[in-house]
Design a protein around this ligand. Structure first.
Ligand code: URA
Length: 249
């Protein structure tokens, strides 16, 4: 592949900007400056721009531990954007969040430029499990589990798919819920339909991929292929997710 094309899909820069960088010797292949845009690069080469290595993979998959107060949608002027927490070296033109978390929600937010993976995670037909750790303002009631398993009808008449929820052991106001779909404000609206209110909401896992316990809030990590495969697993284990929350609390 041509050097300028390689860099164009893996960075935020325009072809014109890249040509300037290349001509001025800011781009290296295996440590050696490459001053021509049509030089060819292979998968095995290490390409760096201004001394910073550019990931060579066709697609990039990033897990951000989203803090409160950041929005996922770029069309909200004046708001802090979750995508701006991704370092410049990992930014790419086609990078997008995979689904959304509310401004007040925290936890796992994936970013990728792989449209096919996004579709697989988000489409209701693929039933990708999403796990949320929820703190309620009123205490958990055992009847919630059955009502959620039967499929909640939201206040506006929207029907939710059956889901799975259980209280976090040794707590009174915390629960783990697993959804197989992603409607707008879904967990908040489900709990409102049950007469409760969500105080805090954190996505702890998508399918079998959970947030690494050492990933600080606001930090991100590049996922490897094994991680990406975990995202695509159809069968997940609720009990083991509950165990993760127990360990981390
Ligand atoms: N459900 C919600 O209500 N909010 C989120 O951010 C995610 C799921």
């Amino acid at each position: 592949m041509r050097l300028d094309k390689f860099l164009s899909v893996r960075t935020m820069y325009s072809r014109k900007e890249l040509h300037k960088y290349i001509e001025s010797g800011c781009v290296t292949r295996n440590g050696v400056p490459m001053k021509q845009a049509n030089f060819s690069v292979s998968d095995k080469d290490t390409i760096a721009l201004n001394g910073v290595e550019i990931p060579g993979t066709t697609y990039v998959y990033i897990l951000l531990n989203k803090p409160e107060g950041y929005v996922c949608s770029a069309d909200k002027p004046g708001q802090k954007l979750a995508i701006d927490l991704i370092p410049p070296t990992l930014q790419r033109k086609a990078l997008q969040p995979v689904g959304r978390l509310d401004k007040d929600s925290t936890g796992m937010l994936l970013f990728t430029d792989d449209g096919q993976l996004s579709h697989q995670v988000l489409s209701n037909r693929s039933h990708c499990d999403k796990y949320y750790h929820v703190t309620l303002s009123r205490s958990w009631k055992q009847e919630y589990a059955e009502q959620i398993a039967a499929g909640i009808v939201l206040k506006d008449g929207t029907h939710c798919l059956p889901a799975h929820a259980e209280p976090i052991p040794r707590t009174t106001h915390e629960m783990l819920i697993c959804l197989h779909e992603g409607k707008y404000h879904q967990v908040r609206r489900m709990m409102a339909a049950l007469g409760n209110h969500v105080e805090k909401l954190s996505r702890i896992a998508i399918s079998e991929l959970s947030i690494p316990p050492d990933l600080a809030i606001g930090a991100c990590q590049v996922l490897n292929l094994q991680d990406v495969q975990k995202i695509l697993k159809k069968e997940t284990n609720f009990a083991s997710m509950l165990q993760i929350l127990r360990k981390n609390s």
